[in-house]
Each structure stands twice: as structure tokens, then as C-alpha cells.
Ligand binder design. Structure first.
Ligand SMILES: Nc1nc2c(ncn2[C@@H]2O[C@H](COP(=O)(O)OP(=O)(O)OP(=O)(O)O)[C@@H](O)[C@H]2O)c(=O)[nH]1
Ligand SMILES: [Mg+2]
Length: 271
């Protein structure tokens, strides 16, 4: 991979207003997950001491961001607040949701607790509704093993349609496999097929109708289904993004980014 500077890449213009500095990095990734699943431990394991904290603009929620390089790719990693949902019921949830949706990170690692997977999957599914660039890290595998729990990450990966990697963030076990998956998903080389939850026929009908309107208003929008569901729920932030044209601007940037990825992959293939 070349020493591409993300200052000039499309994602930079979305991240700058969020107070992010993206100079000198190739890709931006985010860590999401329920509280206490080991996100910060993983963040520290990946970044060492190269981390900064600050507040989200206008919000009191603390943000930690840092950098690391893996396989010659320079990553910026953002540790999102721990949340049980992304429905913007609290500032933490809004920050995490807005970053995943509007910050458009190249990949989101959802950190889960191996001993409480079922409960953690709720958030995984919500993230999958927004983006297909997801890697699930099943953390605290040491604790699960101690409790005699067997986690079938292969079946889970097949069912969720995204890579699922067992790790022990505290000791670094599984981090190479995790970063290999992150590389594949964030470069676009690995295409995921995320599981999406469906509702009653009436609900699906309403969603489809709204999707048509959203896609007409913002052609090529990558997550019109999620946006439609949020609109049905009366989500003011999504409504505003549609009304102000913010979504349309995001779509054109996303398309430029996809072209950039294709070029990168072609270049890598030619080397
Ligand atoms: N045994 C074990 N403990 C871990 C592992 N990863 C994290 N922990 C511990 O789990 C606790 C929570 O870890 P954090 O990294 O603070 O979790 P978090 O997701 O950042 O928590 P919030 O920021 O509150 O959402 C800490 O006591 C960690 O030391 C692991 O792989 N194994
Ligand atoms: Mg934390």
C-alpha cells in the first residue's frame, strides 16, 4: 500500500467537523460494543501509548483515538463509548451511532463478551443494519474458557455474514487474526454479507416505500433500509440529514471512496 495521506481522502472531510485529525493515516476504524467488553483494553493493546483523548464537539462524552500500523497500512482507531444500543437515547449512543453512520469509518470492530454473547448480539445486529464493513471480536475468551463455555465463532461468522474472531485483548491472543480480518474488510477485499433482521409484512412494506423515497432523494445511499427504519421511529437526526442534503453529500463521497479502494486493490494486484 502506498503512503497515501488520508488528509486528502473523502472520509477526512466528514471526520474533520467531528474534531478528528486524519493526516498521515490510510484508514479509519472504530471500536464499538457494550460497556465493559474490553474495548479500551483492545485499543491500548493496538495503540500502545500513542493515544489522545478529547471531547466530541459540543458533547461531554470523552473520545479516545490513537494510531497503529499493520502490514504497512496506517490506521487511526477511535474508541467509541460503550452502549447497549445505537438508538440515540443517550449522548453516548448518539455519539457512537453518528460516528458509524456519518463518520463512515473504513471498518467497525464490534467488541463482544464471549460469556454474554447473546446479549451482545443485539448491538452487533444494530451495527450491521448501518454498515457492512464490520468485524466482530469475541473478547474475554480466557474467561469463557475458564467457565467451560465453548464459542463457535465459525458458525457465528456464517450466520452473521461478517468475520468473527476470538480474542483475549488482555494478553494479545488473536490480535493478528483480528487485524487480518480488519485489513480485508477495511480495504474492501473481503466482501461481507451481513444478516439483517426483518419485521412483519406491514412493517417491511412501509420500510420499502420509505426506502424508495430516500433513494430518490439521495441516489446510491448505502444504508437506506436503516434510514427508513429510523425515520419510522421518528429519529430527528436522520430526518435532519435528509432534509439538509447532508446524506446526498455523503453518498458522493462514498462513491469516490469506493473508486479509491478499487484503484488500491488494482495497484496491489499489479505489484
Ligand atoms: N480476563 C480478561 N479480562 C479482560 C479482557 N479484556 C478486558 N478485560 C478486563 O475487562 C474489564 C473491562 O475492560 P475495558 O477495556 O475497560 O472495557 P470497555 O469496553 O472499554 O468498557 P467501557 O469503556 O466502560 O465500555 C477490565 O477490567 C479489563 O482488564 C480479556 O481479554 N480477558
Ligand atoms: Mg472503555
Amino acid at each position: 500500500m502506498s503512503g497515501h495521506d488520508c488528509e486528502a481522502c473523502p472520509v477526512a472531510s466528514e471526520l474533520a467537523p467531528m474534531g478528528m485529525q486524519v493526516g498521515g493515516v490510510d484508514r479509519v476504524i472504530a471500536l464499538a460494543g457494550n460497556p465493559n467488553t474490553g474495548k479500551s483494553t483492545l485499543f491500548n493493546a493496538l495503540t500502545g501509548l500513542r493515544q489522545h483523548t478529547g471531547n466530541w464537539p459540543g458533547k461531554t462524552v470523552t473520545r479516545a483515538e490513537g494510531g497503529f500500523a499493520y502490514d504497512k497500512v496506517r490506521y487511526k482507531i477511535v474508541d467509541l463509548p460503550g452502549t447497549y444500543s445505537l438508538l440515540s437515547a443517550s449522548q453516548d449512543e448518539e455519539v457512537a451511532r453518528d460516528f458509524i453512520l456519518f463518520g463512515q469509518p473504513h471498518a467497525v470492530i464490534v467488541v463482544t463478551d464471549a460469556s454474554a454473547l447473546e446479549r451482545n448480539l443485539n448491538l452487533v445486529l444494530q451495527v450491521l443494519e448501518i454498515t457492512d464493513r464490520v468485524v466482530v471480536a469475541v473478547n474475554l475468551m480466557d474467561e469463557a474458557r475458564r467457565k467451560g463455555l465453548d464459542v463457535d465463532t465459525r458458525s457465528l461468522a456464517r450466520d452473521l455474514g461478517v468475520p468473527v474472531i476470538p480474542i483475549v485483548a488482555r494478553t494479545g491472543e488473536g490480535l493478528h487474526a483480528l487485524l487480518t480480518a480488519v485489513d480485508g474488510v477495511s480495504s474492501g477485499a473481503v466482501q461481507t454479507a451481513p444478516l439483517r433482521v426483518t419485521g412483519t409484512p406491514e412493517f417491511e412494506h412501509a420500510v420499502r416505500e420509505l426506502m424508495t423515497h430516500i433513494e430518490a432523494a439521495a441516489p446510491g445511499v448505502p444504508n437506506s433500509r436503516w434510514l427508513a427504519i429510523r425515520l419510522l421511529d421518528g429519529d430527528a437526526r436522520v430526518e435532519e440529514a435528509l432534509r439538509t442534503g447532508e446524506l446526498t453529500r455523503l453518498v458522493s463521497r462514498q462513491q469516490q471512496q469506493d473508486v479509491r479502494f478499487s484503484k488500491q486493490i488494482a495497484l496491489q494486484g499489479a505489484q
